[in-house]
Every structure is written in structure tokens, then in C-alpha cells.
Design a protein around this ligand. Structure first.
Ligand SMILES: CC(=O)[C@@H](O)[C@H](O)COP(=O)(O)O
Ligand SMILES: NCC(=O)COP(=O)(O)O
Length: 244
């Protein structure tokens, strides 16, 4: 009997916090969202506290570190402040991502080749503390080789360009991801992927050889808003009816 390969699902809950931060309310709470995602089968929870504080807050990260039943994947820019936070909350995984203050969302992968010396030191500070380090990179063999040289244990292949591709470019982007996944696996790295994956484009990525984990956030939270709207309206209707 052959056992079916199971690709892990990391649920990114940043966008629950985006909704909360838009109003400065205490709801919706990403900590509660993480518990629901875990109950529904998430294998891990991803959070990306950005420098501009647009979604996940330090309070969230600290509470999640105490409450998660699975494990935390802390996405972060390679800054001193984030290193201090990671060493405090001790997540299972850290994924180092590039970050630009003004960007709408993460644009492109980390240029590991350009920052090898600094990243080598940064990665070792995390891995010496038992944290598994992943680098969020474009599907580029040069970046994969550099990821090995700086001591990363994993890479997360940036699927954003694939997610935005149209026409024949879709297959070109898929092939680049396939080749990168095989190359990274061959190089001894764990191979994760994510960014911009949704209900219509995830299947070919999940089916790809060597992919260990997908991190998906925006599409899942967006779908939850619509799927939950019916019962949310009914609940308010019932509450109002019960008040008069
Ligand atoms: C690196 C990455 O892909 C995630 O951090 C995710 O995209 C979070 O959402 P924002 O890019 O909107 O912060
Ligand atoms: N690293 C990718 C991630 O965590 C989720 O990205 P998205 O699904 O919110 O685009």
C-alpha cells in the first residue's frame, strides 16, 4: 500500500489583524483565529509582524507563543528588533523575508546573494537557539545556492509571480518553481512555498514534488469573511429581535 504524501498547511493570520487595525478595535483577534485554524487542520500558524505595524502586533506574537497548539512560523525582516523578538518567543520556524515600508505586499524574494555575510551571521544567531530558519526567495538557483551557504535549513519559494501570471506565462512560472523545488531538495533544503496562493491556483503547487509546506493567508481569510457572513448577519438579526 502506498501512503499519500501530505503537504503541510501553514495558515497566515496577518489579515485578521489587518481588519482589527483598520478600526483600532480589539476584534477580530488573530489569537482566536489561530485557534480556529488549528481546530480546522492547520499544521502551523504564520505571522509577519511588519515594521510599520499594519497588522500583527507584538502582543499577538507573544500571546500566540503561549497559546498555539501547533507551531509558529515567524516571518520577519532581518532586523535587530525582530531578532530580539524571535529569541524571546522562540518559534519553531523563522522565515526571513524582504520588507519595504511602502509596499502593498511582499514584492519579490530575499536577495541572499547580495547579503551573504550579514545573513550568515543572522541565520546562525537563530539556529544556534534551536530555531529552524527558512529564507523567502524567488525560484532562482543562485539564491538557493546562497541559502545553503548562509546555513538556512529551508527555503520558502515565492509563488507571487506565478499567482500573478497570465496566459502561457503561468506554465513558465510553474516550471521555474518545479525546477527550483527539485534543486533546493537536492541541495538538502526543506522546500516550502507561498504568497498569493488561492482556491484556483494552489493545486499545481501542492502537487509539485518536494514541496513540504504551503503558507497561505490572504485567500483563506478573504474566503472566511464571505463564508461566515450569512451566520454573522443572522446572529445580529436574532440579537436585535430578542432585544425588543
Ligand atoms: C511574506 C509574505 O508573503 C507574507 O508576509 C504575507 O504576504 C503577509 O501579508 P502582507 O504582505 O500583506 O503583509
Ligand atoms: N509567506 C506567504 C504567506 O505567509 C501567505 O501569503 P498570502 O497567502 O497572504 O499571500
Amino acid at each position: 500500500m502506498t501512503t499519500k504524501r501530505r503537504v503541510l498547511l501553514g495558515v497566515n493570520i496577518d489579515h485578521v489583524a489587518t481588519l482589527r487595525q483598520a478600526r483600532g478595535t480589539i476584534y477580530p483577534d488573530p489569537v482566536m483565529a489561530a485557534a480556529i485554524a488549528e481546530q480546522a487542520g492547520a499544521d502551523s500558524i504564520t505571522v509577519h509582524p511588519r515594521e510599520d505595524g499594519r497588522h500583527i502586533q507584538l502582543r499577538d506574537v507573544r500571546l500566540l507563543a503561549q497559546t498555539l497548539q501547533t507551531s509558529m512560523n515567524l516571518e520577519m525582516a532581518a532586523t535587530d528588533a525582530m531578532l530580539t523578538l524571535a529569541l524571546e518567543v522562540n518559534p519553531r520556524d523563522c522565515c526571513i523575508v524582504p520588507e519595504k515600508r511602502e509596499e502593498l505586499t511582499t514584492e519579490g524574494g530575499l536577495d541572499v546573494c547580495a547579503r551573504e555575510a550579514a545573513l550568515k551571521d543572522y541565520v546562525s544567531r537563530l539556529s544556534n537557539n534551536g530555531i529552524r530558519v527558512s529564507l523567502f526567495i524567488d525560484p532562482d538557483p543562485r539564491q538557493i545556492e546562497a541559502s545553503v551557504r548562509v546555513g538556512a535549513q529551508a527555503v520558502e519559494l515565492h509563488t507571487g509571480d506565478y499567482a500573478e501570471a497570465t496566459g502561457s506565462d503561468v506554465e513558465t512560472r510553474l516550471e521555474a518553481l518545479r525546477e527550483a523545488a527539485a534543486f533546493a531538495h537536492q541541495a538538502g533544503l526543506l522546500v516550502n512555498a507561498g504568497h498569493g496562493l488561492h482556491y484556483h491556483n494552489t493545486r499545481p503547487i501542492a502537487a509539485m514534488a518536494h514541496i513540504r509546506e504551503l503558507n497561505i493567508g490572504h485567500a483563506i481569510i478573504a474566503r472566511a469573511v464571505l463564508m461566515g457572513l450569512d451566520s454573522a448577519v443572522r446572529e445580529m438579526r436574532a440579537l436585535m429581535d430578542a432585544s425588543v
